[in-house]
Design a protein around this ligand. Sequence first.
Ligand SMILES: [Zn+2]
Length: 1032
Amino acid sequence: MGEGAGVLSILRRHRGPAHPGAHRVTQAKLFGERCPAASLSCFQTPQRVPYAEAVRQQFRTVQVGDTFGPTWETCWFKVELRVPPAWAGLEVHFIWESDGEAMVWRDAQPVQGLTKEGEKTSYILTSSLKETEPHSLTLYVELACNGLFGAGKGSMIAPPDPDKRFTLSKAELAVFNRDVYELLVDLEILLDMAQHLGEENQRSFQALYAANQMVNVCDVTDPATFPAARRLAAGIFSQKNGASQHTIHAMGHCHIDSAWLWPYEETIRKCARSWVTVVRLMERNPELTFVCSQAQQFEWVRCWYPGLYTQIQDYVTKGRFIPVGGTWVEMDGNLPSGESMVRQFLQGQRFFQQQFGRICSEFWLPDTFGYSAQLPQLMRGCGIRRFLTQKLCWNLVNPFPHHTFFWEGIDGSRVLAHFPPGDSYGMHGRVEEMLKTVKNNKDKGRVNHSAVLFGFGDGGGGPTQKMLDRMKRMSDTDGLPRVQFSTPDQLFSALEKESSQLCTWVGELFLELHNGTYTTQAQIKKGNRECERILHDAEVLSALALARGGNFQYPAVELQRLWRLLLLNQFHDVLPGSCIQLVVEDALRYYTEICKAGVQLQGEAVESLCGELLRSNRSNLESAESTLVLNTLPWDRTEVISRIGPTGAEILALVTAPSMGYAIAREPVLPPQLVSVTKREDGSVIMENGVLAACLDTMGRLTSLRLVHSDRESVPDGCPANQFALFDDIPLYWDAWDVMDYHLETRKPVTSLLKPLEITQRGGLRGSASFCLRIGERSTLTQEIILDAMSPYLRFLTQVEWKEAHKFLKVEFPVQVRSTNATYEIQFGHLQRPTHWNTSWDWARFEVWAQKWMDLSEHGFGVALLNDSKYGASAHRNVLSLSLLRAPKSPDATADIAQHQFTYAVMPHEGSFQDAGVIQCAYNLNFPLHVVPAGSAPCSAWSAFSVSSPAVVLETVKQAEDRAEAVVVRLYEAHGSTAVAWLQTSLPVREAMLCDLLERPAEGSCLPLEQRGLRLSFSPFQVLSVLLVLRQ
Ligand SMILES: [Zn+2]
């Protein structure tokens, strides 16, 4: 609130012409006497340096009114203050106003975050100045040259303005008149009641008349009249509700995006600024509770601000600073793999357990762009039965029908979900918000409790004293919902007690907005998929090396470090690609780091696992004619591999690798049929391998794709597949985030040929042909279409030089299949979405996401589309589309302007996709065999694990978190069936037991070790983790 002008205008609105009394109240000043800083000096740096380093630097004298910058610089101010002795007994504030984000340091400790945008400009030096207090002191103010929302040029989500200047407009001491402040808050609440309760509500008039009376009795020149005015307000606030009034659970909150319109490094400071402010508020407001998510942010503050962290730990112990969420960061809810999502919880919950002695019992994802239908099971497996978000209120088409409900995942797991009905996670404690929370609540007949999360968010900031003071006045005021400061546990416990009438929502919580985020920043998506693979393989190989004994040290610390980097990049503005260029650079650097270190770990594990074979190679380089092939997937594979031969040329070989194991490929294996590639007179190319027969036109389009055995055609007459199409892609506002349905009306097939289809490999073990297209004005696409011997799918190795603006590139596969539903892989399972647009719920899903594959099947036949790094997809009628590249300009003007490389594959199949092995093929495409030159030592094939049922996928093998002598294996039922599977292993297992996703053994869960292995029963899409204790 300014200094009363807002109140005056509201009074005018209610009372007509200005009343002399209104003038009287607004003449009262929030601040009394002021005193400028005795001296002010500054040290500026492009780096974010620690306090100790900053204060040792040379400071130059500066003035209030000076400007600083440019963007992302840091200014350290040294502020000398002398408090006038005449202010004895008064409340003294240090006032700092600037358009950057400031942290006040006192005695080498951070003490207060100050940002004008976050309505925090006061650091309270004393609430009543005593003679014994020091009257002169030195403060340091660390000013980040960015706002709460970064430094967008012209609009919040525009790319940052690199040359922004930041003005210091106030740096002084002032006397704070708390009695005036209290009077103003009283008046605000009364006037808001008058305005928002509505004319039909009698309480609205009572509040207005009380406010009028307050103005009449109040003489601003005489503070002695204030108490009488306040008593009038108290009279209204203390008239109580009936017992059945709705209860609002108010919790302080501060949504801090781990990176978004600012880089990761700035987020570390945002956490400190926001949280130190919360600690100050907690000291003065014993009722304040604050909910705080994202283990990574706690870890940052623990490392960079240990003093503050100790204070936070203390309030955590007191149950007031409340860790929630259970995940490492508030990740994207669609794109991370199943195992990544498990690791979000595993890293998060273990951190909270180690640091605070308890795990979180609520999953907290208020701002994420949709929620996978597998999340309920993962939550339950991680000790969580409760879920909070509000993002679905952003649905562009269909209002979500509930605020409190049971959410049921694809396996039938249920959690209790609550969406704060005020449709926000950053409320300000206003009357209007409390009324909206009840009015908007779609389940208010079923439950009588709701959450209000208050505090500035997204860029940090958090709660303010005024927000608290507003709600304190609404604790039990007739006509308003009852407002109590509460905790997630109190809220959900109350909801659980009333849950008997709640409805159930089954399947994904799809956000009908932001569906461009499945595609934007393709390099980030690719980095995510690649690093998921690299860490998967590094863990499998390391766990096998560990189990085989010897001196192998499982690299647990290094793997945790790399996982945490990957999990960080899954944050809900990074993996979705809705961040600025600086963040993209950080993210790509982290992926490079994970790749490099992950490949190193893989090499060390292979060295330990297969040392004998490799050693003989090293002693005799000539004998490197044989090849060691390692398979990290849980089924036998026969595939064509390529390696570089002694002459530097590529050598192809067909090899068979056992399930999660290795073999030496020495004798060439011959396929039942070689690949043939022929060019016809019209320039088209025929490729055949005995499984598939493809006909490609000169533009690389599939005019025919047949299953040889049944002669079943996949491609409809006259509608070639592998057709590229370009769309105009101009969303209403959220550029990087949204693709709007109207883009579909602008489809242009790409038909501009630069280089017609040419055969590049003539056949044998591999046949291929390549071509080149012009896409749009400035972009080109080169593709190599590859068919391997015995392969059930045709691969499309694609390179794009992409320089577009607001264009959307897709590849389309019209198929000869009729089905009203398409199937999409999600985390540890799949789900179906309609191929028609019957209802608004159907057409609002015109662009959806998938993991590694999608499939359109009718009885007995179908076509699947596999990919190695894409997530955006759609299936309308009989056309499967894969979304390839976008070109948004905000908040990163350079988004996706780069060279891209990706692979997708098409796989027609007989029978169901389950029986045809589509799921396994998508894994094979994503997890190539490891090929290592080896020597001549004899070696028989070795398999560590295999699973008897094709419905069950063994996804993960890793060392157990707390038991160095045990490994954890994670399996899931992938077909959507009830299945029994035998897990066979050649590892020296002494004991086996089921455990949850946090690796806690379940009661009485020991599994008998039988001749055939371990017998595991699965319900559809069930995920099981097994702890295998090894013999030493
Ligand atoms: Zn966010």
